[in-house]
Design a protein around this ligand. Structure first.
Ligand SMILES: NC(=O)c1ccc[n+]([C@@H]2O[C@H](COP(=O)([O-])OP(=O)(O)OC[C@H]3O[C@@H](n4cnc5c(N)ncnc54)[C@H](OP(=O)(O)O)[C@@H]3O)[C@@H](O)[C@H]2O)c1
Length: 209
């Protein structure tokens, strides 16, 4: 069994009605209290929460009281993906997921995989050695695009926010995918005008001709 098969990879993201993942460069601008509660529930079930360095610096990550309390309790760690030395604010213990060539890597725990950019199958193998079984991906699109082109994502937790954004905001995953991954809807819930969806991966479908 490969690391990608033994680790359950989940993704949690919010989009507008027209698929935008941010408003004024912040995904959190689309969110609501119920969505934040759901995010915290999903985090509680994870061994590691992975975010790209741009999300970690653009969002509320290190100002999030819940996260600090949760980190102080030990789990889950936040894994920041970056090619450079990443300095967390406010002394939040974190994991740095980086390349083998990053000599400046400095964090409580450093996972090194890949030369120019992080190689996800190798990084997941390291996480498997560390005993991780549930890894939650929280974006952004650059990070998710890299993960999704290397390994299958098992579960998708998507929130649809009741906004039309327009413009050129990114989607959850930006890179072109040859295979059509099919997902099965497990749960759907409406709270106010927000829709909360849980999908699990069904199979890979043949590319349409
Ligand atoms: N709607 C939502 O649910 C949601 C969720 C999360 C984020 N967002 C939004 O998404 C935006 C940020 O997303 P983004 O796509 O611009 O950035 P991102 O994915 O958060 O971060 C990109 C950075 O992560 C590092 N990285 C990613 N993949 C890597 C790899 N394979 N190897 C090495 N480093 C890697 C690089 O950091 P270095 O440059 O440091 O090397 C890269 O510049 C923000 O506007 C945020 O609010 C929305």
């Amino acid at each position: 069994m490969t690391a990608a098969e033994s680790i359950r990879l989940s993704l949690n993201m919010i989009t507008s009605l027209d698929g935008a993942i941010s408003y004024h460069n912040r995904g959190s601008n689309l969110s609501c209290d119920v969505d934040r509660d759901r995010m915290h529930r999903l985090r509680r079930d994870a061994d590691l929460v992975i975010v790209g360095s741009r999300t970690a610096t653009s969002g509320r990550y290190w100002r999030d009281d819940f996260l600090r309390r949760h980190n102080a309790a030990g789990l889950p760690r936040i894994g920041v993906v970056s090619t450079s030395r990443w300095i967390a604010g406010e002394d939040v213990p974190h994991t740095l997921i980086t390349t083998t060539t990053n000599v400046d890597a400095n964090a409580e725990l450093v996972i090194k995989a890949g030369g120019a950019i992080v190689d996800w199958p190798t990084a997941l193998a390291r996480m498997q050695e560390l005993g991780y079984r549930n890894v939650l991906l929280e974006g952004g699109p650059t990070t998710l695009s890299g993960v999704a082109s290397a390994v299958p994502i098992n579960d998708l937790h998507l929130t649809i926010a009741p906004y039309l954004i327009g413009g050129k905001a990114e989607r959850v995953i930006c890179t072109h995918r040859e295979d059509l991954s099919r997902y099965r809807l497990l749960n759907h819930q409406q709270v106010d005008d927000y829709i909360f969806l849980d999908f699990t991966r069904k199979s890979s479908c043949p590319t349409p001709s």
